[in-house]
Design a protein around this ligand. Structure first.
Ligand code: GKR
Ligand code: MG
Length: 428
């Protein structure tokens, strides 16, 4: 097992967590077999995820990459339905889901090995694809000027400052012109709710009903504000859109849903904050707090678990979408393969990929194309991508010079925007 800690330039994107730092942290995993096959995957970066993977080194050495269920069983003891829901941690940082994240990084690299060993794409060894083209959404962020990176290593700022509705429409127009997305997500919880309502209205006016809209303030609103926003945006969010994690806790979301339904507003609520594990699903469903679960192979325990989740959501009458965090092409391919093999994927997946640039891509051949809003399953075995070792070395070099080893959007916000800034939930 080779672990590569790298950094990826990241623009100053805003969310209710704070501000993105100039570099995001990622880990690239290589698993080498004794018959010369290398499987790869990409996961969260920094000291914590690397230490968790290192701790598995002895267990993995000599392991049969086909025997994944056994490893999963050893690493993931069944979790009881306690009060698991996280509303304050950065996504991907819930300690209760750490083993699921670590297992996922190994599982994906093993599936890449298996695909390469038998000459089949990963989506076709986990049950087979139901689509060749996987749709992604245009993931809009309010942002400060800057394209990410620092010093002489700054990236070009493609989108400029986006801190009001007209600039958000401009950002969407640019992103859609370049990638052809057909669904739009706005990361909210940054500007006062009335400004974010105006932004969604402006996007709806610009793109019309053909482009479903979703807004995700990451729990920045109270129940009352969430209901007010849901009411104000009834028309704009119905017709294929959703309201994502408007307020903290499953109880809060259940209350928002009840109030909206009482007004005959059936805008679905989605979550990647209150529901991050199978143990969260029963309460989310029985309380009618969440109608759409956002899966993510990186923290749901890998691709096979996401397929189980897709099936479970189908049985429970829930929708399924996909969450993302800042990532490169290896992650994008893992997300694409599993999405291709999930029949019950009811929305275009999220991806941060447009926010990263070719200068940071570690996939050989450069950036993975997104055309007409979709990523195509490559006609190649495994994940269908290989590593560019020069690029990987550049990523490692940047990592070695970086002063931080953990994402801290709150600290970044205090350094660059407001020295007194604190994450307050709910803020509005
Ligand atoms: O990149 O700032 C961000 C997002 O807020 C990300 O951390 C979230 O995980 O994409 C996310 C979401 O909540 O949907
Ligand atoms: Mg979200």
């Amino acid at each position: 097992m080779h672990l590569h800690s790298i950094t990826v330039a990241d623009p100053p994107l805003r969310s209710s967590y704070g501000l993105h730092a100039p570099y995001a942290l990622r880990t690239i995993i290589e698993l080498k077999t004794d018959d010369g096959i290398t499987g790869i995957s990409e996961t969260y970066g920094g000291d914590g995820p690397v230490a968790a993977l290192e701790a598995l080194r002895d267990r993995l050495t000599g392991m049969d990459p086909f025997r994944l269920a056994e490893l999963y069983q050893q690493m993931n003891q069944p979790v009881s339905d306690g009060d698991r829901s996280q509303t304050y941690l950065l996504p991907g940082e819930n300690p209760l889901d750490q083993n699921a994240r670590t297992f996922a990084a190994i599982e994906i690299a093993c599936l890449d090995i298996i695909g390469k060993a038998i000459g089949k794409p990963v989506c076709d060894i986990i049950g087979g694809r139901v689509r060749d083209l996987v749709p992604f959404s245009a993931y809009l962020f309010y942002k400060h000027a800057g394209g990410g990176g620092s010093g002489n290593d700054r990236r070009e700022d493609e989108y400029g400052e986006v801190l009001d509705s007209p600039s958000a429409v401009r950002e969407a127009t640019q992103m859609i012109a370049r990638y052809g997305f057909r669904e739009i997500k706005l990361k909210g919880g940054v500007l006062p709710p009335d400004v974010e309502i105006s932004t969604i209205r402006a996007l709806h006016q610009e793109f019309g009903d053909a482009y479903p809209l979703r807004i995700d303030p990451n729990c920045a609103w109270s129940v009352e504000t969430s209901v007010r926003v849901g009411r104000s945006l009834h028309q704009e969010l119905s017709g294929g859109g959703y309201l994502e994690d408007p307020c903290p806790t499953l109880d809060g979301m259940a209350e928002v849903h009840r109030c909206l339904v009482a007004e005959n507003n059936h805008t679905p609520l989605a979550s990647n904050v209150a529901v991050t594990n199978f143990a969260d699903v029963p309460r989310a469903r029985s309380r009618e707090a969440v109608q759409i679960v956002l899966c993510d192979p990186h923290y749901w325990g890998g691709m096979r678990q996401v397929q189980h989740l897709s099936h479970l959501c189908g049985v429970l009458g829930m929708g399924l979408s996909m969450h993302s965090n800042s990532h490169l092409g290896v992650s994008l391919m893992a997300m694409t393969h599993v999405a291709a093999a999930c029949p019950n994927l009811t929305y275009a997946c999220d991806t941060h990929y447009p926010w990263q640039t070719a200068a940071d891509e570690v996939v050989a051949g450069g950036r993975i194309p997104i055309e007409n809003g979709c990523v195509r399953i490559p006609d190649k075995p495994g994940l269908g991508v290989e590593l560019d070792y020069d690029q990987l070395a550049r990523g490692r070099e940047r990592y070695s010079k970086l002063s931080y080893r953990k994402r801290d959007d709150e600290a970044e916000m205090r350094t660059h925007v407001d020295p007194n800034w604190k994450r307050i939930l709910p803020r509005w």
